[in-house]
Design a protein around this ligand. Structure first.
Ligand SMILES: Cc1cc2nc3c(=O)[nH]c(=O)nc-3n(C[C@H](O)[C@H](O)[C@H](O)COP(=O)(O)O)c2cc1C
Length: 217
């Protein structure tokens, strides 16, 4: 019982300490608990609280193809419209492909230069939200993007659970990526996600007031 109370108090402290507002800056700020540092198997709350967009990676730490396979296998658990699973991933892990992708993320280049893996996500058009080739409602291809976002959310959370860090990049050259990976016209190129290990602790981003974004009726 005593142990349980201590654990709850520790969790509450951890949650509260993550509530500082500030900019989602790049480099070191106050240290935060990291899953890899605190436990072999982080709690879901630890994953949520320590996942941040990381804009500076540790060049000395590598990630293996086997680890990326484990990560993306877990991502296959993500829900999707009628289980259409429209999301696809193109993984740059070799030196040449990494360099090519680094040059296709615009101003993000310096942020992800030391990330050992860069993952391009796409979704197949005409699947989620469609039946017999027709859009089922006004959202249309937006449901494909929705499913892609869900898969990518699984990706960044599972990555954190494995002790990795990520940066989702919407600033990217979709035509260049399409050419580089021979991505067919039937797929929409979405985000590039950097995967690696943080080089320092990021600042906590500020959040909008809860009541501004949540309404109860
Ligand atoms: C769809 C999407 C696109 C993003 N594009 C970029 C980007 O191109 N460059 C970047 O540095 N951060 C990018 N971000 C990261 C956001 O800036 C970040 O999630 C936000 O500031 C909150 O910080 P946090 O992820 O640490 O909670 C993107 C995030 C999302 C979800």
């Amino acid at each position: 019982m005593y142990k349980k109370i201590l654990f709850c108090a520790a969790m509450a402290l951890m949650v509260l300490s993550g509530c500082n507002s500030g900019n989602s800056g790049n480099k070191a700020a106050s240290p935060a608990a990291t899953p890899s540092a605190s436990a072999a198997s982080p709690t879901f709350e630890e994953v949520l609280k320590t996942r941040r967009s990381i804009r500076s990676y540790d060049a000395s730490k590598k990630i293996t193809e086997a680890e990326v396979r484990t990560l993306l296998t877990a991502v296959q658990e993500a829900p999707s419209w009628a289980n259409q699973q429209p999301t696809k991933y193109y993984v740059a892990i070799g030196k040449e492909k990494l360099e090519a992708v680094q040059n296709l993320v615009g101003g993000n280049k310096d942020r992800i230069i030391n990330a050992p893996v860069l993952i391009v996500s796409t979704f197949e058009k005409g699947k989620s939200g469609f039946f017999d080739g027709k859009a089922l409602n006004e959202i249309g291809e937006g449901w494909g993007a929705y499913d892609n976002g869900l898969s990518n959310c699984y990706l960044i959370m599972q990555a954190r659970a494995m002790g990795f860090d990520t940066l989702i990049m919407g600033m990217r050259d979709s035509d260049g990526l399409r050419k580089e990976f021979n991505i067919p016209a039937e797929e929409t190129v979405m985000a590039v996600i950097a995967l690696g290990y943080r080089a320092g602790e990021p600042k906590q981003p500020g959040h909008r007031p809860f009541d501004e974004v949540v309404k109860f009726f």
